[in-house]
Design a protein around this ligand. Sequence first.
Ligand SMILES: *[C@@H]1O[C@H](CO)[C@@H](O)[C@H](O)[C@H]1NC(C)=O
Ligand SMILES: *[C@@H]1O[C@H](CO)[C@@H](O)[C@H](O)[C@H]1NC(C)=O
Length: 350
Amino acid sequence: MGCKFRSISCSICLLWLNLFVGIGYSLYNADQENDRITYLPGQPENIGFDQYSGYVTVNQQSGRALFYWLTEAPTNRGPDSRPLVLWLNGGPGCSSVAYGAAEEIGPFRINSDGKTLYSNSYSWNKLANLLFLESPAGVGYSYSNTSSDLYTVGDQRTAEDAYAFLVNWFERFPQYKHRDFYIAGESYAGHYVPQLSQIVYEKNKGIQNPVINFKGFLVGNAVTDDFHDYVGTFEYWWTHGLISDSTYKTLRITCDLGSSTHPSSDCVKALDLADKEMGNIDPYSIYTLPCNTTSSLRLRLRGHYPWMSRAYDPCTESTRKYILISMKFRRHFMPTLREYPTRGNRAVMW
Ligand SMILES: *[C@@H]1O[C@H](CO)[C@@H](O)[C@H](O)[C@H]1NC(C)=O
Ligand SMILES: *[C@@H]1O[C@H](CO)[C@@H](O)[C@H](O)[C@H]1NC(C)=O
């Protein structure tokens, strides 16, 4: 999912933090045990897997720390022999906790009462240990103590910080050292994922049995560049019967070679036509019913970028409610959060 619904999603992200309660046990790794989540409000009973969340400092000087949420594979499915998958949502500026974990591939979904969770039967954690990362600093619960970081951020630093995160995270979770490791994501992670993969690959070069045992990467709905994003988007619409042959041809002719930030007026016309032909369909989930309470909002959110076009979940209301309600109870567990609301709330865009 992209991140069109910026301001709301980002306040969502902030509030999420309050849900993560670590209670310290002194086992073999105190830092790790401090990050253990014992219970999320309204969580189903007997979930059968372990979860952790917390901060990893990626830059001491600026005071940048990234927030993660690890949901391991179920204990009866042998999490120790399953790979580790890092997940990154896109945007740029989207929360992996609020989207990837809570609405896409994670183990929990939020009931419409906004108070309780249910298990997602299709969660990827059935097959792998899932590590959701809020990246870069400024997104979701990840923060920087240097406000200017939010304006100077870019792909390069995002990748370097994420690499620093990994290096430090593996120290906290040594049982994952040398484990098969994949980097996955969607949308703007079409940049984040290969760029981080490149750093990991370069750093691993010539090392036998590397700590970060990188095996490969996956990207869905990847942002690549204007040309390829247009080609892919239009082909998808056309091959799924969402637009007519003639509109498909017009889009290819009027948009393909142009800029998505400043499309020509002919391209805009063709996009409008495509939009009419599609009707009330959520392009991120074309086989599910759209949420009709938000359909007018949806139209207002349509952006110029094909990957952002209506890029939101029409049913996020219960996610927001859950986070707001849970926050009241959890606030005191995360005292540091109170100091960052304005900084963390700012979405990153470049
Ligand atoms: C950011 O500043 C707060 C308050 O001084 C401090 O507690 C925290 O450790 C700092 N974060 C990082 C990552 O340095
Ligand atoms: C949409 O809203 C209308 C009126 O509020 C309602 O009758 C209809 O059942 C709703 N459709 C769906 C799919 O929820």
